[in-house]
Design a binder for this molecule. Sequence first.
Ligand code: AVJ
Length: 322
Amino acid sequence: MGEPDLDVHSDPDDVTAALRADVREGLTAARKWLPPKWFYDARGSALFEQITVLPEYYPTRSEREVLDREAAEIARVTGARTLVELGSGSSEKTRLLLDGLRAHGTLDEFVPLDVSESALAEAVAAISADYEGLSVRGVVGDFTQHLGLLPGERPRLVAFLGGTIGNFLPGERAKFLRSVRDVLDEGEWLLLGTDLVKDAVTLERAYDDAAGVTGEFNRNVLRVINARLGADFDPDRFAHESYWDAGESWIEMRLRAREDMVVRIPGAGIDVSFEEGEHIRTEVSAKFRPAGIGAELADAGFSVERWWTDERNLFGVSLSRS
Ligand code: AVJ
């Protein structure tokens, strides 16, 4: 694998400073929490890839079913010259879109953006090797901060897949959708994947699999804090849990302390005490109803042109025009 073409917008020192700020805020709060973006170092990104093929974790398969069926239609409707993918990870499902857009003959550039440099480098190398003549420009960055920097010939199609929009809290979600709308010109496109509300058992199992992969993914955030901030978390002293909050319409992942303990986090200048049974909320993953997501897109200034779901109605994909 050669040196991939990456624009790095996140300086390692800035990343550590951002983690320090998040850890200080979240772990000194009365109800402890951490933002989910810190799962994704090389190990966390690899664990997430394993999650996507678990029998319990339906979102990846359901979304792929839709993209496989609709890629040609997406290409026809948008005529996109640039595909921008936010939170691209391994870009596996993106190949369906790339194939559809290439077949349609309009696409010349692919711009994947991800916080994980390792996942992005692999994706850029693999896509460049497989799509001759396609210009591939990876951007290492945080899609809540680096949206203004997105290159590409118009019209651009911004894809935000996998249901990652669910990781925002509702207020942040509105701000984010508005920020995407603001970087797009009129007549450009947003392809958004949203997981749908369904029964609690299906949802909780999707985030607490029998093989324990999601638990390891969840505990990985503690390893990331150990590595970057010199902390002494013992991940085995935290139990993994998933919890469906029907009122908030989101799944929470939690790490519950198995015993009383004090964790030293020198890089954040704090010691954090845990009581037995106390938990850290490490992720929310909101689930949507079609009318709700339609209204949120409209509020952000988009017009929803297409809405598709998989055969079993588990996952929705919307195509909106700015
Ligand atoms: C990648 C954010 C879409 O919320 O379903 C998977 C992450 N967390 N299992 C999700 C995740 C636990 C995933 N997203």
